[in-house]
Design a protein around this ligand. Structure first.
Ligand code: MG
Length: 403
């Protein structure tokens, strides 16, 4: 058996660029799919797959996943960046999909079998004020969701309609961008959760994403202020460049900490896990190179009491969501799965995508990842050429900020 062809499909059914890799074999109709979505930079990922990985893979045995992963990882010599990791992930997931199809079993069986029948999901609730967030959370709770991430106005500090240079910038010479005020944001969050716990009680699990919008000491102050509201976790309280602060966080607060959606390199997570400085790892699986490294990471976390909460926003393709889910089902130390909801258009492009019932995500029982791509349907949604503007973030004085 050998790899005969490798193709990369970029499609945007929800206006978000998704990158999917299709690895074909010399066996009729035997192929695999993988998620390689780096929505802000899809074209370099496609080039990395087509110009560099495809020639490396053609003619190789697709069953030798570990060997191919190890070899492809270092074939560029320089490594661990988001473009090359996503390209590698697209191939890696596709090889696991092929292996599952060869075995006739869903992928979770190859990963050790089910620990649970379905994965509890969390959804996003937001609004311009605490009352609107409460309403948004209630709608999700009525659908059966038991975990809700709550944010004021997007990520916070830039309440809806107030994120332009006229609202925030200096009186003259201010540049355009998505403005937010870290101080306004930090003060607003404890008030939000006081309102939510007062109105919703403590049975629903509430989460919050700082989205690395605060300086470290401000983030620590927020984590302490949120203790009475018993968050399920506080996400990305620090930028990846500031992980040296986690030791101080651990000594100062009992708010559970989740980290890692921007991680690419294993050196970024090893100490956080082995020193028990975080509670949840939430890497974006395609950003670290696919299922092969993610399964090892989940096992590492299991040894240190850290749970998984894989990144699961709209800029993960349904193929990537299926990969998240198979790992969730097979991992004893799974925590919760972020879930964006999927439109009918998206589901038409990706038949077999996971389904949600009463707040739980279920796979289908087809072999491998259990998901396909309708390439004709995908062509109806060509890649978006305009990049998202939210990543051009600014602080009140107009200087560039983390989005
Ligand atoms: Mg996040």
């Amino acid at each position: 058996m050998e790899i005969r062809d490798v193709n990369t499909i970029v499609t945007a059914p929800e206006g978000i660029n998704l990158v999917v890799v299709k690895v074909e074999t010399n066996e009729p109709d035997l192929y695999g799919l993988g998620c390689a979505t780096f929505t802000q930079r899809p074209l370099p990922v496609r080039s990395a797959v087509q110009n560099y990985l495809k020639p490396l893979l053609e003619g190789r045995d697709p069953r030798r996943i570990e060997e191919i992963w190890q070899m492809a990882k270092v074939s560029s010599y320089w490594r661990n960046g988001p473009v090359l990791n996503n390209a590698l992930s697209g191939v890696d997931m596709a090889l696991w999909d092929i292996k599952g199809k060869l075995s006739g079993e869903p992928l979770y069986q190859l990963l050790g079998g089910k620990c649970r029948e379905a994965a509890p999901a969390y959804r996003h609730a937001d609004g311009a004020d605490p009352g609107q967030v409460e309403e948004s959370a209630r709608r999700l709770m009525e659908q059966g969701y038991r975990y809700v991430r709550c944010q004021l106005g997007g990520y916070g500090g830039n309440f809806r309609g107030k994120e332009t240079k006229e609202d925030f910038g200096p009186p003259e010479g201010a540049l355009s961008g998505a403005y937010y005020d870290p101080s306004v944001y930090a003060r607003s969050v404890p008030d939000l959760f006081e309102h939510l716990r007062d109105k919703l009680g403590f049975e629903v699990e509430l989460l919050h994403d700082v989205h690395e919008r605060l300086d470290p000491i401000e983030a620590l102050r927020l984590a302490k202020e949120l203790e009475p509201y018993r968050l399920f976790f506080l996400e990305d309280p620090l930028a990846p460049e500031e992980v040296g602060w986690f030791q101080r966080f651990r000594q100062a607060t009992t708010t559970p900490l989740a980290m890692g959606e921007l991680f690419n390199n294993p050196v970024e997570w090893k100490e956080l896990i082995s020193k028990r400085l975080i509670d949840f790892i939430r890497v974006h699986i395609s950003q670290i190179g696919g299922i092969t490294p993610a399964q090892k990471l989940a096992h590492l976390c299991e040894n240190f009491g850290v749970r998984t909460a894989w990144h699961g926003p709209g800029d993960v393709s349904p193929v990537g969501h299926a990969a998240n889910l198979h790992l969730d089902l097979a991992s004893p130390n799974f925590g919760v799965q972020e879930w964006p909801g999927m439109s009918d258009e998206l589901r038409a492009v990706f038949p077999g995508a996971p389904q949600v019932k009463e707040g739980y995500i279920y796979p289908n029982e087809e072999p491998g990842l259990g998901i396909d791509i309708d390439e004709e349907e995908a062509k109806k949604f060509p890649p978006q050429e305009e990049l998202p503007q939210w990543t051009e973030a600014r602080k009140p004085d107009g200087s560039p900020a983390r989005p």
